[in-house]
Design a protein around this ligand. Structure first.
Ligand code: F0G
Length: 478
């Protein structure tokens, strides 16, 4: 764990008085102190935002000021890819800030992926959030929620998870030794890469008979009952940290907004956080142009796509018809339909941040699409072939960009940033099954999900243990 210098303590202390929590429901608008632990409004039960009295805070006058501060990266507050933007998420006193060096991630131009998507070379970028310490974007949000948990003196922190949130929470707990991690996972619903992290980092792992949606409902009840700090993205402090993914994208583009941000949608924390980032940057006069947002569901977990595209659920100036979503959830229950996709990270049917995501889509002139497991795995193989790689859920962004390009929504010359949310090694089972020569293995893992071909497979070559045969094989294939 890092410590911070005395000078930054003085600056950050003044911030804390000007941060509060605010109900998202514009007919309620209740506010709560920054030191209160809540994941919903105490009056109406809606989601909460972290809000700030910006005019009383020392906000940089232009975004490029953050570059100057980067030169002070010997200070942990400036080294962290999240906290170096702390003027834009000023809720924590510096002496409470926790960092393990999260957010040192890369925006990479990816021309081979651009070709696959159908975009002019030089215009497609991949934001590699898998480079975070626990291997996913979650560390951006977790360091913020964990910092808040530390501020309020929590000793235990919990989450429901499809794997990455739990790996991240378990990591912050084990590195800092400040809290005990308690994680809820659905049975058989987490990839081994992620489970291995939680187990090794020492989290108490509770596997419940159900899926993520069941675990998410349970963890809220249990946290309330036992007074355990909840770190899922329903926690508004998580989203504060996740805003910084957009600051880093803008920074890498020399503070010019791209035309599109394309992001996978699961619990809809990222899309919500990105929207909030742009709303605030615009309000602060730090950007002129807002990128368009594309949120991509997996076809097997397509609640957002259905309520947005088929049932016309919109932000509606702050009064979304949330009963449309409730009716849909009743339908899911009646028909006993469960989320089902190879992209296990986004195998979620009841996204807790739906309302905030609608606000983001409204502000960023957004679109929503869903992509099949076949499209996800093909896109993932292309991302891997072009560079650092990603896990299946992340590739939904590239598959979604390709679909939007084919539909003419994204133009050939548009500048597009796809967010790669998780590391390639998080879920080797799907990757190995895609590239295998063993048809049985392929069918076992992928066949049941409607994946029938592996057009971009790179298969291992089997040869006898003989010099001539090996030489021949290498000459033939290279
Ligand atoms: N990509 C990856 C790799 C994820 O792990 C998740 C969410 C998402 C995308 C979806 O992001 O919820 O912000 O829309 N994983 C959570 C977890 C649910 O428990 O690790 P979102």
């Amino acid at each position: 764990m890092s410590t911070v210098s005395a000078s930054s303590v003085a600056v950050a202390k003044s911030h804390v008085n000007h941060a509060f929590q605010k109900c998202l429901n514009i007919d309620c608008n209740a506010t709560f102190g920054i030191d209160e632990v809540r994941t919903s409004c105490g009056k109406c039960g809606e989601l909460l935002d972290v809000a700030y009295d910006w005019e009383k805070l020392p906000v940089p006058t232009k975004l490029s000021d953050f570059e100057v501060m980067w030169t002070r990266r010997y200070e942990p507050l400036r080294f962290s890819g999240v906290w170096r933007f702390h003027e834009l998420l000023p809720f924590a006193p510096a002496e409470k800030v926790i960092t393990v060096g999260e957010g040192q991630t890369l925006l990479q131009q990816a021309n081979s992926v651009a070709k696959y998507v159908g975009i002019r070379p030089g215009q497609l970028y991949l934001q590699y959030e898998g480079m975070n310490p626990s291997g996913s974007f979650k560390d951006n949000g977790m360091c913020a929620a964990f910092t808040h948990a530390h501020m309020v003196g929590a000793k235990r922190a919990a989450c429901a998870s499809t794997g990455n949130t739990s790996a991240s929470l378990a990591m912050y707990c084990s590195v800092t030794q400040l809290m005990k991690a308690i994680i809820f996972i659905g049975s058989g619903k987490i990839s081994y890469g992620k489970l291995s992290q939680a187990l090794e980092y020492g989290a108490l792992t509770v596997q419940i008979a159900g899926d993520f949606d069941d675990a998410m409902a349970r963890v809220q009840d249990v946290s309330k009952e036992l007074g355990i700090y909840l770190v899922n993205s329903i926690n508004p402090f998580r989203l504060e940290g996740q805003k910084t993914v957009m600051y880093r994208v803008l920074e890498a583009l020399r503070w010019e907004s791209p035309d599109w941000i394309v992001v996978p949608g699961g619990n809809l924390g990222n899309s919500s956080a990105f929207g909030k980032a742009f709303i605030e940057l615009k309000q602060l006069g730090l950007i002129d142009r807002i990128p368009r947002l594309a949120v991509i569901n997996a076809a097997g977990a397509d609640t957002l796509d259905i309520v947005y595209n088929q049932r016309n659920l919109r932000w509606n100036r702050g009064r979304p018809r949330m009963d449309i979503a409730c009716w849909y959830y009743d339908e899911l229950d009646r028909e006993k339909r469960k989320a089902d996709t190879i992209a296990s990270a986004i195998e979620i049917n009841r996204p807790v941040n739906l309302r905030k995501c609608l606000r983001a889509l409204d502000f960023c002139d957004g679109v929503v699409r869903k992509v099949s497991d076949q499209e996800i795995l093909d896109a993932k193989a292309q991302v891997g072939a072009g560079g650092i790689g990603c896990e299946p859920a992340s590739a939904a962004s590239v598959a979604g960009a390709k679909m939007l390009r084919q539909q003419g929504v994204i133009g050939m010359d548009d500048r597009v940033v796809c967010i790669l949310t998780g590391h390639q090694l998080k879920d080797p089972t799907a990757t190995v099954a895609y590239h295998t020569t063993d048809q049985e293995k392929f069918n076992e893992v992928l066949g049941s999900r409607g994946v029938s071909r592996a057009s971009y497979a790179n298969r291992a070559v089997a040869v006898p243990n003989e010099l001539d045969a090996i030489v021949k094989a290498i000459q033939l294939y290279s």
